[in-house]
Design a protein around this ligand. Sequence first.
Ligand code: ADP
Ligand code: ZN
Length: 435
Amino acid sequence: MEKRYFQKEIETMPVDQIKQMQSEKLVKQVKHVYENVPYYRNLMDEKGVKPEDIHGIEDLHKLPFLTKADLRDAYPYGLLAKPLEDCVRIQSTSGTTGRRVVAFYTQKDVDLWEDCCARAIVAAGGSNKDVCQVAYGYGLFTGGPGLNGGSHKVGCLTLPMSSGFTERQIQFMTDLSATILCCTPSYAAYIGESLKEQGYKPEDIPLKAGIFGAEPWTEEMRQQIQDTLGIKAYDIYGLTETTGPGVSFECEEQTGMHINEDHFLAEIIDPDTGEVLPEGSKGELVFTSLDKEAFPLLRYRTRDICVLTRKECSCGRTFIKMAKPMGRTDDMLIIRGVNVFPSQIETVLLKEGYQPNYQIIVDRKGNNDTFDVNVEMNPEQFTDTVSGVTQQEKALSNAMKVMLGINPAVHLVPPKSITRSEGKAVRVIDKRKLV
Ligand code: ADP
Ligand code: ZN
């Protein structure tokens, strides 16, 4: 098959040229930020770094980090690097971790963001012959507007559905033969489940590909979505602070997401010490926006934990790849002293033949953490005897112990009793924070 790219020259640029380009852009960007963002200028002054000290990407480590706390401190305009008259858009984080951040865009910023999303759509096989159903939320959340813009750039016939109204999603998908679905993986799973219930077989569903992101999901969940919808499911990553979805995207190899390195410079650091780690190490992902005009964050700590690797890719793209983020540093639960990521629990559930419909409830009784996992039964288990169910709960709890090192109390609950998500799924209820 002929390889397709949205911006071939950039996407397949030799690595030394990418690095050269990044160096040139970084020097300019640091100057732009220093001159226009007093908040960051102060951070640089405190560290004793001047724009003249930055000659290229080899000097990146000299710059101070920015954190979500800085974004909150500087809310709303403190990190703005352009006059408001030059800005055309505001987007905001979904507030998954309870703290909303607003980001500003010039028209050029919107354009480069949409280009990134267009690259993702083309990498998933999209062209002007496709009907692209965008079922990410529209509005302040970046998912809908980002993929919508990318879909237009590719020339797809765009269905701006937004999230929710699943019946209508299914009606439009089937009546208008949508070929590409863009939404969160948890919503894709829900749409798949609803289609199945209505008697659709994978081969009756017109979709060929899905572009799913905005929340962590496992390989097992990918497999399940691919099987139910009869598609190839591509991961896409991004965050409001850097633009939105499209910071990185998967190609047909499905072995990690190529980072759009012409716009975003990535590093992995040790989250505890801030030390830059060598390629291939697991750590916190840090991004520097090389082209953003209005809201150009330098060394922004994402709190997402992952690994970067640069290997030759069969798709021909030369951009470095990031692994699926396992979760965020602030997603990680510490239960009885043990680190637990929700994604580990999901992996166990799918391996054991359950659906990714679960909720983790952590509480504290006296000085002890309680750790409960509610898991939906499969419909056929619903008719099982009480003792059978207890046995299955035990087996699941033991499988989780192998993965996590501690035993949760597993409760099998009736099918469909855990609320489905149309956006980002809520997997954890940590009641310990409330006391
Ligand atoms: P919020 O921080 O409120 O969720 P955003 O909507 O900007 O705001 O979400 C960005 C975050 O979503 C990322 O930092 C990351 O934790 C998560 N995320 C986005 N895409 C993916 C993905 N493909 N895999 C895992 N996590 C993702
Ligand atoms: Zn590739």
